[in-house]
Design a protein around this ligand. Sequence first.
Ligand SMILES: CC(C)(COP(=O)(O)OP(=O)(O)OC[C@H]1O[C@@H](n2cnc3c(N)ncnc32)[C@H](O)[C@@H]1OP(=O)(O)O)[C@@H](O)C(=O)NCCC(=O)NCCS
Length: 250
Amino acid sequence: MIIRHEKPSDIATITEITKVAFKDHSFSHQTEHFTICDLRAAGALTISLVAEVDGRIVGHIAFSPVTVSDGTPDWYGLGPVSVLPEFQGCRIGTALIDNGLTLLKSMEGRGCALTGIPTYYARFGFRHYPRLIHEGVPQEVFVSKPFYGIVPNGAVEFHQAFKQLSLVEKDAIADIIIDYEIEGLRVNKENKAIESIMKKRILAEMPDGKCMLRPAALAEYDSYFGKVAQFRATEMSRVHKNPIMTAIKS
Ligand SMILES: CC(C)(COP(=O)(O)OP(=O)(O)OC[C@H]1O[C@@H](n2cnc3c(N)ncnc32)[C@H](O)[C@@H]1OP(=O)(O)O)[C@@H](O)C(=O)NCCC(=O)NCCS
């Protein structure tokens, strides 16, 4: 097995391996490959290693910078990490993680954090520290590894690329954008995707029970949809201000 840095020609394979590894996992929204692409595009894929067996890429790991609210610099996030199902259990994940952590240290990294299966990552020295948190997840799945024994005191924020909308959420948003009206719209709050985008404050309920899309909140998750929603909102307010259109409307 060889562990090496990614090359441009590996990108399509990395996407495929990530999709396959996370397919059917209930904890995943199957958006991990989007995260890797967005990290790469943002220049935030600090380390991207592949595992090669007999010339074939069978595993991948990504590391990216995180921010810590107390200002501690040089901490990184681990993940996503993927091994093709037929190669799992052969220490490939272990080799990717060990090599990645060694590289991070050599780059003067001070620590690493992730959300994942605590029992798996415990073997690499990751554990949960109550003083270092990550908002929005059960704290027991947020684990970290200080390289020099110093645990920061604050909240860790991963790169924006980790804020991915699931395909059903994107579908729900696309429907809303298409149906959008200046008066706001009524939505079925029982729908899981609607419930989820309301929880993310992308869709906000007004006192009259109608809902409004919030382009700024949407852009935090998906700049494309954010721009479309913003455009739609601007267009609608322009139309609304036009007396002829208002007359036709009424
Ligand atoms: C998690 C993953 C990267 C591990 O890679 P791997 O090459 O299969 O793991 P290794 O062979 O290095 O390690 C095997 C050990 O990890 C344990 N392990 C693997 N997946 C585990 C899991 N989901 N939960 C707990 N332990 C796990 C195995 O039981 C085995 O334990 P043992 O050493 O006591 O026998 C790989 O299984 C994978 O791609 N899974 C799907 C994607 C995923 O879950 N990524 C991580 C998200 S946090």
